[in-house]
Design a protein around this ligand. Structure first.
Ligand code: IMP
Length: 213
């Protein structure tokens, strides 16, 4: 490992010469947990990150009808307002037996008090005796440039919904989500083990392969 910091360079696939050097990247999220997680993912690439909140950027309404659409509208709004490339994510729990719900409304199912014990009980109650307990976490990551160009990547992790919920690690629906091939839920898993296989890590790997050098 060299002590020399790497020059931050972002390159868009298929658009040779269109590079962004020495710049900061905006993390278009007002959720401090997500900002920290994304900043940590970017750090090894020598990319300095600044939170949308630090730049006092407005938070756009999530009016899209897909994870990709919501990630893109957040990234584009931040890139346009800041004049810097911006990265945004949108994620949630998709349950096929519930027609894809809670999906893009995953945060809203917990209500204004962010009560995820209640949100998990709601998911379980709606499933009832249905034997199809398949679910997946999905994460869309969008990287937008100030001129409006945007690259979007989707990551997924498949699992089964268990009841009762188990474990106190993680957040959101983690205690009822057991990833395929594992005997413990995300709520019982060490954070690093979850991060290695998560939907966010999957989307980030795709973004890195396509856009970073
Ligand atoms: P967003 O902030 O609009 O992307 O909402 C994401 C919501 O999806 C969160 O509030 C959680 O309810 C859920 N979610 C997303 N990723 C995870 C995860 O890794 N574990 C548990 N719940 C998640």
């Amino acid at each position: 490992m060299s002590d020399t910091p790497r020059t931050p360079i972002l390159t868009l696939p298929g658009l040779r010469g269109r590079e962004w050097e020495g710049a900061r990247l905006v993390i278009a999220s007002h959720n401090s947990g997500k900002v920290e997680e994304i900043a940590a993912l970017l750090a090894p690439f020598g990319i300095a990150a600044v939170a949308a909140e630090t730049l006092a950027l407005p938070e756009p309404e999530e009016t899209g009808n897909s994870f990709e659409a919501n990630a893109e509208l957040k990234a584009k709004a931040a890139a346009e307002a800041s004049g810097l490339p911006a990265l945004a994510d949108d994620s949630g729990l998709v349950v096929p037996a519930l027609g894809g719900a809670p999906g893009i409304y995953s945060a809203r199912w917990a209500g204004p008090s962010k009560d995820f014990a209640a949100a998990m009980a709601l998911v379980n109650g709606k499933l009832g005796a249905n034997s199809d307990r398949n679910a997946r976490f999905v994460c869309a990551l969008a990287l937008a440039w100030p001129d409006g160009h945007c690259e979007t990547f989707e990551g997924v992790v498949a699992g089964d919904l268990v009841w009762p919920p188990r474990g106190a690690q993680g957040f959101g629906y983690d205690p009822m989500f057991q990833p395929k091939g594992h005997q413990i839920t995300f709520g019982e898993m060490e954070p690093q083990a979850k991060h290695d296989i998560s939907h966010r890590a999957d989307a980030f790997r795709k973004l890195v392969a396509a856009c970073f050098k």
